[in-house]
Design a binder for this molecule. Sequence first.
Ligand code: 13P
Ligand code: 13P
Ligand code: MG
Ligand code: MG
Ligand code: MG
Length: 375
Amino acid sequence: AKVTLSVIKADIGGFVGHSAVHPEVKEKARACLEKHPLLIDYYVAHVGDDLVLIMTHEHGRNKGEIHKLAWDTFVACTEVAKKLKLYGAGQDLLADAFSGNVKGLGPGVAEMEVEERESEPVVVLMADKTEPGAWNLPLYKIFADPFNTIGLIIDPKMHCGFAFEVRDLIEDKKIIFNAPEDLYDMLVFIGAPGRYAIKRVFHRGTGEIAAVSSTQRLNLMAGRYVGKDDPVCIVRCQNGYPSVGEVLEPFAFPHLVSGWMRGSHSGPLMPVSMDDARPTRFDGPPRVVALGFQLADGKLIGPNDFFSDPAFDNARRLALEIADYLRRLGPFEPHRLHLDEMEYTTMPQVMEKLRDRFIDLRLAKKARAAAGGEA
Ligand code: 13P
Ligand code: 13P
Ligand code: MG
Ligand code: MG
Ligand code: MG
């Protein structure tokens, strides 16, 4: 039978501020999912202030009942968050009621349905203080860069390459790029991660799913600031797919992502264990956690909290150095995001206040020209 791995996440309140998930909230989530008849297994995780439900079942992707279970769990957890007066209780639940599918309602969703192999290792990646496009660079390295993934060169089952489904998050379009031949075209798009995000990766030999990410953009859905859409991603490993080590390797380089402090700054993505995923410095820097599981008839054997490995200490050190450097830029770009990427802004109010103090130089020029003066 096919197994579906559903990873559904939401920020339903932070402890303290936007730093972490309160233990009682996780406890409530476990109580909601424990021995649930729809599920084979589950694991309740967190990254920063985002609560992540990792669930296995036999009902396929986009299944209303599963999404409703996640929604009801987030609602129950929000009650706990409200009782404890956690910060931003219910932040990511944008709708008042569930309506068939959790997509578009606020939570982030990544789901894949697989024919479980002899051995089925998967990695669940979860990030806080960033956006779905944050996976573009690592997914590119994992599935298309032979300097990261030697399997692309020496594994006969991977040599055919992978296909990337890329979403335009603003115009809601998708396109498939085939690696390696379309790479130069693809990089034109995925190098702009605020707009284009890799949604899925497929094995080109079998057409099977290899990776899937959440690509919801909360700020676009709500039409106002509601927090950066801290994303999740599932990657299958080994035997025709990248090895676990090839999946983790890109995170040894803490690349810059958008979403730090008020969703309005860029910063290095720091790989950490789940215990260390409680961003504090300037509400960051942005974090990524990688949990490994072996699927065994749908059971989640794990997690192996990969970034607790001291092998990622240098990446953390470099991330902190980058953080020191960027912080000294204060309110200046490129630490602060572009005007159209910031989730908080006072620009309309400040502009309105100063409207009369702005002098339009083009009008002044025209007036001088009309008066016969020099232009
Ligand atoms: P082992 O020899 O430890 O099984 O590792 C195999 C491998 O290919 C790791 O990348
Ligand atoms: P979250 O998106 O993790 O809630 O963070 C929001 C924020 O503005 C932190 O400074
Ligand atoms: Mg928050
Ligand atoms: Mg968050
Ligand atoms: Mg966020």
